[in-house]
Design a protein around this ligand. Structure first.
Ligand SMILES: *Cc1c(COP(=O)(O)O)cnc(C)c1O
Length: 485
């Protein structure tokens, strides 16, 4: 298995998995993808059913990842998967349990990990893979990231205690939920520096970009990132599509549809990969909030990125995006894996006009017909009503992002998005309600339940450094911390 860029040119050299593991964008600005998706047949699915039953989630992860990773010895990869997905970290033997929430809808519970969001599923594996590979190379990595909430805490809880890794995480001061702030800032660890920037999330991201653009500084201090376009993160997410399909079926002829609340097209891109591998997925139902860039594309064929001013602050904030950073991976497949056309769309057309238009093309028709995509969007009123209705029907309290998914899944089931899905529909739960208490209070008139693992979190001392929105100040802080190490 080798990896190429979505903007590849003839003659480019494909790379092995560990060659892209620690990377973000490819040097040409594209995203890494496998040179071909491995295909699974009925025999493999039967074997995976047995693997999940006998060895649990870590053994299944090992089997799936093994199709994409051929430069880590199999035994080492199994040990990595076993360390990443433990009952201690995820609270259940299943790691990703499924449960019914009424009306033929199911929930895949991806938020049982250390930070109560599905990002733990990828980040916990990434922490183990990074530590392993850095150890092999005898090098270190200082991760510099920006977060609006869930990514940063998932990264910190995954990277803490890993040999050779430190984390500098920028957050927009005062803009995360109280629980999110407590979760990050209560970490008392010399390898983790929380930084509250006087600015918004975009300012934090710009600071990361500015530091990364200084190649000398980046090399001297071994700066890297863990952003949402990292291929290994996406790959980790393929596993739970497989485990969920296995848990909900008994034969390989049964198809399941997945409804995925999405912002950066990360989570659902993993579903696309699983479907391309031959996992019997019927439809991939994509749910956005008011920031409906992706819903618009799948309805009209026009992909139009928004400006910061046109991006709404919503009550499902982890989906508040102006562009979907992983979308290029899907477009690459949609355009027959033509790097030249991807470059034309993402560099020339998006760069010059801010949109591209595939309406009326055979490729665009294939998005639904061949790739199974169906989309819808949700509003604040929808998610409040959905939280209330799901709770009344099933006793389950879903977070606002998951509520966006349930809302769109119901629209589809009731025929409001076109043809109704034939089989079961699973909504991917992306966070626990405790992270977004204000919306839960609005919907249910009470506080969300605080899982025992998080009791008292908001009362702990905080470890966070205040910083002006200034790149030199950030560099000075990094030098001071790393120099003292
Ligand atoms: C990150 C996140 C999302 C969006 O996921 P993508 O991979 O960007 O599509 C949705 N919900 C929650 C709670 C998140 O943290």
């Amino acid at each position: 298995m080798r990896y190429i860029s979505t903007r590849q040119r003839p003659g480019d050299h494909p790379l092995a998995f560990c060659g892209i593991l620690l990377e973000g964008l490819a040097p040409d600005g594209g995203l890494y993808v496998p040179d071909a998706y491995p295909r699974v047949d009925g025999e493999t699915l039967d074997r995976w059913r047995a693997v999940l039953a006998d060895g649990g989630y870590p053994a299944l992860a090992h089997a799936v990842l093994g199709l994409f990773i051929d430069d880590i010895p199999s035994d080492d990869l199994l040990a990595i998967c076993r360390r990443a997905y433990t009952v201690e970290k995820f609270g259940t033997e299943e790691i990703v349990p499924v449960r019914e929430i009424g009306d033929g809808l199911w929930l895949a519970r991806l938020s049982g990990g250390p930070t109560a969001a599905f990002k733990d599923m990828a980040m916990q594996l990434l922490g183990e893979l990074f530590e392993y590979e850095l150890g092999r190379r005898g090098t270190v990595l200082n991760i510099l990231g920006a977060t609006s909430g869930d990514t940063g805490s998932a990264a910190e809880y995954a990277m803490r205690g890993k040999r050779g890794i430190t984390v500098f995480m920028l957050t927009p001061r005062g803009r995360m939920t109280p629980f999110q702030q407590a979760q990050m800032f209560s970490l008392d660890d010399p390898a983790i520096t929380n930084i509250a920037v006087d600015g918004v999330f975009d300012d934090c991201q710009d600071l990361v970009k500015a530091v990364s653009a200084d190649r000398g500084f980046k090399a001297r201090w071994s700066i890297g990132t863990v952003n949402s376009i990292n291929w290994a993160r996406l790959l980790a997410q393929v596993v739970y599509y497989v485990s969920t399909w296995l848990r909900l079926t008994t034969t390989n002829t049964e198809r399941v549809s997945f409804c995925v609340p999405t912002g950066n097209f990360g989570n659902i891109c993993a579903g696309h990969v699983a479907r391309q591998m031959g996992l019997p997925i019927d439809e991939l139902i994509l749910a956005t909030n008011e920031n409906d860039v992706l819903d618009e594309f799948f309805r009209t064929g026009v992909y139009r990125v928004r400006s910061g001013a046109d991006t709404f602050e919503t009550s499902s904030p982890s989906m508040d995006i102006s562009k979907a950073s992983n979308f290029e991976r899907f477009v690459f497949d949609l355009l027959g894996r033509d790097g030249g056309r991807v470059r034309q769309l993402f560099v020339e057309e998006l760069g010059e006009r801010g949109f591209f238009d595939l309406s009326g093309t055979v490729e665009f028709a294939a998005a639904r017909d061949r790739y199974g995509f169906v989309t819808g969007s949700s509003t604040h009123a929808d998610r409040v009503r959905t939280i209330r209705e799901v709770e009344a029907r099933s006793g389950v309290v879903v977070d606002p992002h998951t509520a966006d998914g349930v809302k769109v899944a119901r629209d589809h089931r009731d025929g409001r998005l076109g043809v109704r899905p034939a089989g079961l529909v699973v909504v991917l739960e992306t966070a626990l309600p405790v992270k977004f208490a204000a919306t839960i209070r609005e919907a249910l008139g009470r506080e969300p339940e605080i899982p025992t693992a998080f009791a008292g979190l908001e009362d702990l001392p905080r470890y966070v450094v205040d910083l002006d929105n200034d790149v030199d100040a950030l560099k000075a802080l990094i030098e001071e911390r790393l120099g003292a190490h």
